[in-house]
Design a protein around this ligand. Structure first.
Ligand code: ZN
Ligand code: FE
Length: 242
């Protein structure tokens, strides 16, 4: 089995360490920094063998070069000619396969937040790394892409098995919840979830990972039924001050 541990860094980023005991491999997803990630791996006794990046933003790649220098790991990243990702060894895109030990990861193209953005899905263990595409109760801002692209991502991710664990790159859940309740005030599952989130955050605990099932029930972006509805929710969230 694979073990996934989150390293909270910067204001609200999670860097995910995924470890395969059988092979001894460890993958780092979106290292925002190097030192804290190396320290976390050392304290777990895990040797970092790969980095998987989702997109070019600094808070997802700034640790690449330092971690590679310290560990000799291999860096797998998307092809973004306008924003080359530091230290990349292998470029991947839609339909490519990555691996940790004997476990296979499927590379999904999920543009919208950035012009080029990937998610990594390990179907055998129901694990999904979404970067800044799908968040707990939210979705990524459209900096370089279109509502159509992000709506297509929502539809595609919503169709994954409900038990799939979603490891996103930020702890934005409470702020997302304040917006979500304005969209669907009558959604009982959402109201219940917001209470749980507030309890977790008050205790200093993470609200990630979430699941596809929970997002289907409560995420206003995943629940948008048309691209127009999605676009209007995304636009409203951009200016929402909760
Ligand atoms: Zn980003
Ligand atoms: Fe980010």
């Amino acid at each position: 089995m694979l073990e996934v541990v989150g390293v909270p860094v910067l204001a609200d980023n999670y860097v995910w360490l995924m470890h395969d005991k059988a092979s001894g491999e460890t993958v780092v997803v979106d290292p925002a920094v190097d030192a804290a990630v190396l320290a976390a791996a050392a304290s777990l006794g895990w040797r970092i063998s790969q980095i998987w990046n989702t997109h070019w933003h600094d808070d997802h790649v700034a640790g690449n070069v330092g971690i590679k220098a310290a560990t000799g790991c291999r860096i797998i990243a998307p092809d973004d000619p306008e924003h080359p990702i530091p230290g990349v060894d292998r470029i991947v895109g839609e339909g490519d396969r990555v691996g940790i030990g004997t476990f296979e990861g499927h590379v999904l193209s999920t543009p919208g937040h950035t012009r080029v953005h990937l998610a990594y899905h390990l179907p055998d263990v129901a694990i999904l790394f979404t970067g800044d595409t799908l968040f707990a109760l939210g979705c990524g801002r459209l900096f370089e892409g279109t509502p159509d692209q992000m709506f297509a991502n929502m539809r595609r991710l919503a169709a994954l098995p409900p038990e799939t664990l979603i490891y996103c790159a930020h702890e934005y859940t409470q702020a997302n919840a304040r917006f979500a309740v304005t969209v669907e005030p009558g959604n009982a599952a959402l109201m219940e979830r917001v209470r749980e989130i507030d309890t977790e955050r008050a205790a200093g605990r993470p609200t990630v990972p979430t699941t596809i099932a929970d997002e289907r029930d409560t995420n206003p972006f995943l629940r948008a039924s048309t691209v127009a509805e999605f676009a209007s929710r995304r636009a409203a969230k951009d200016v929402f001050r909760g």
